[in-house]
Design a protein around this ligand. Structure first.
Ligand SMILES: Cc1ncc(COP(=O)(O)O)c(C=O)c1O
Length: 382
C-alpha cells in the first residue's frame, strides 16, 4: 500500500499544500467513534443504545409538540442572540442575561474558550482520562496538555492546582460531576480550588451533568461573582434529552462572556433547537419526572453490576461506571463482547480508569438486554 500521503501521526496529508503546518500535523483520530459508525462496521444495529450518555428517556411531550409546531419554520435562521432562551435561562438560574452565552453544545463552547486562550505551545491542565473532546480542541490549537492522574476515581483538585502553578497554564479544565467516573466534589471544595487559582488562569467548570448532581456538589450562582476567570458550562443534552439538537450554554462574568461574541458562530443555533430548549427549560414537571427515571435506572444498573461481582461506582450523573475489578484488557474484552451482542456501551480510555466500563441509563428494556448480555459474557470469559 502506498503510505506516502500519511503523516507520522496517522493523519492523511492532502494534496493541497497550503493547510497550516499545525493543521497538517494533527492526528486524524476523533475523540469518540459514534455508535452509527460501529453499526455500519458490524452491519448490525445496537439493541441497547446506552453508551453515549444520552438520555434514553427522551424529551418532554411539550418539547415534542413544540418541535412539531415549529419545524415548518426551519427555513428561517435562528435568532443569533438566542434571546428568548437566554432570558429563560437567566430567569431560572437568577443570573443576568449578559452573563450567559448559548452555543452548539458544550463541545462547541469548549472549542471557543480554547481558541480564545490557547496558542501553539501554551500549557493547558486537565486530568488523565478526563473528557477527551476538550483535549481535542487544545491539540487543535497547538496547546500543550499537562494531565494529572485521578485520585480514588475522582479528579484530583490538589494535583490540578499544583500542575497549574508548575506550568503557569492559563487554562484548566475540570468537570463536576465528572465523566467518565460519575464522581463529584463538594461545592466548597470547588470554590476553594477556584479561589486558589492564579488570576491569570481560566477555570472551565464543566457541569454537563449538574441537574443529576446532589445539591452539595453545585456551587451557588453567586459563588464566582467576583471571578472573571471562571466559566461554567451546561447543556441540554443530558437531563433535558436534547443531545441531537446541540444546545449548551456558558455562565460567567459579563466581560468574560462578552469575549465569546468575538469568536462564536452567531448563526450556529438553529431556530428549532432554540425553541425546543426553551420549551424544555420551562417544563419543570418533566425534568423532575426524568430525574426520577434516571435515578431508578442507575439503581438498576448498580444492581446488575453487583449481581456479576462487579462494583458500581457511586454516580451523580446519568451513567454508571462499573469497576470490573481487573485490568484494562479485561474490561476491554467485556466491552467488546457486549458490543458484539448489540449492547452499545463505552469505557474510559486510560489506566487505571480503564478497568471500568461505563453504562448510560435508559429504558428498562435496554437495561434488561444489558443484563442478559452480561450474564453470557461473564459465563464466557471467566
Ligand atoms: C463532561 C462532558 N462535557 C460535555 C459533554 C458534551 O455536551 P454537549 O452535548 O453539550 O456538547 C459531555 C457529553 O458526554 C460530557 O460528558
Amino acid at each position: 500500500m502506498d503510505n506516502s500521503h500519511k503523516t507520522q501521526k496517522g493523519g492523511v496529508m492532502s494534496g493541497f499544500k497550503s493547510f497550516t503546518p499545525l493543521a497538517q500535523s494533527l492526528p486524524a483520530s476523533v475523540p469518540f467513534v459514534g455508535p452509527e459508525t460501529s453499526e455500519r462496521a458490524s452491519g448490525k444495529l445496537f439493541s441497547a443504545r446506552i453508551g453515549a450518555n444520552e438520555n434514553g428517556f427522551g424529551f418532554s411531550p411539550i418539547v415534542q409538540k413544540t418541535i412539531e409546531e415549529e419545524a415548518h419554520l426551519s427555513w428561517r435562521y435562528g435568532d443569533p442572540e438566542s434571546f428568548d432562551l437566554k432570558n429563560a435561562i437567566s430567569a431560572k438560574l437568577g443570573v443576568e442575561f449578559n452573563q450567559i452565552v448559548v452555543g452548539e453544545g458544550i463541545d462547541s463552547l469548549l472549542g471557543l474558550m480554547v481558541r480564545m486562550i490557547v496558542e501553539p505551545g501554551v500549557p493547558v491542565v486537565t486530568s488523565i482520562g478526563a473528557y477527551p473532546t476538550f483535549n481535542f480542541h487544545v491539540t487543535g490549537f497547538g496547546g500543550q496538555l499537562h494531565a494529572v492522574p485521578y485520585k480514588d476515581d475522582r479528579e484530583d483538585l490538589g494535583a490540578l492546582l499544583d500542575k497549574v502553578r508548575e506550568t503557569k497554564a492559563p487554562l484548566v479544565y475540570f468537570a463536576n460531576p465528572d465523566n467518565p467516573m460519575g464522581t463529584w466534589w463538594s461545592s466548597e471544595d470547588i470554590v476553594e480550588f477556584a479561589k486558589n487559582l492564579p488570576a491569570t488562569t481560566m477555570l472551565i467548570l464543566d457541569e454537563a451533568y449538574v441537574e443529576m448532581a446532589p445539591e452539595e456538589a453545585v456551587p451557588a450562582m453567586t459563588a464566582f461573582l467576583d471571578m472573571p476567570n471562571v466559566v461554567r458550562m451546561r447543556t441540554f443534552s443530558k437531563a433535558y434529552g436534547l443531545a441531537g439538537l446541540r444546545v449548551g450554554y456558558v455562565i460567567g462574568q459579563k466581560d468574560t462572556i462578552a469575549m465569546f461574541e468575538r469568536v462564536r458562530n452567531h448563526f450556529g443555533m438553529s431556530r428549532l433547537s432554540q425553541k425546543a430548549a426553551l420549551a424544555a427549560i420551562n417544563d419543570d414537571a418533566w425534568l423532575e419526572k426524568v430525574l426520577g427515571l434516571i435515578s431508578n435506572s442507575r439503581k438498576k444498573i448498580e444492581k446488575i453490576a453487583e449481581n456479576y461481582g462487579f462494583k458500581a461506582i457511586l454516580s451523580a450523573t446519568n451513567f454508571v461506571t462499573i469497576d470490573c475489578g481487573r485490568d484494562g484488557d479485561y474490561a476491554r474484552n467485556i466491552l467488546k463482547e457486549l458490543m458484539d451482542r448489540g449492547i452499545f456501551v463505552r469505557m474510559p480510555g486510560v489506566a487505571p480508569l480503564d478497568r471500568c466500563i461505563r453504562v448510560s441509563v435508559g429504558p428498562d428494556e435496554e437495561i434488561d438486554r444489558l443484563a442478559a448480555a452480561l450474564k453470557e459474557v461473564v459465563a464466557q470469559i471467566n
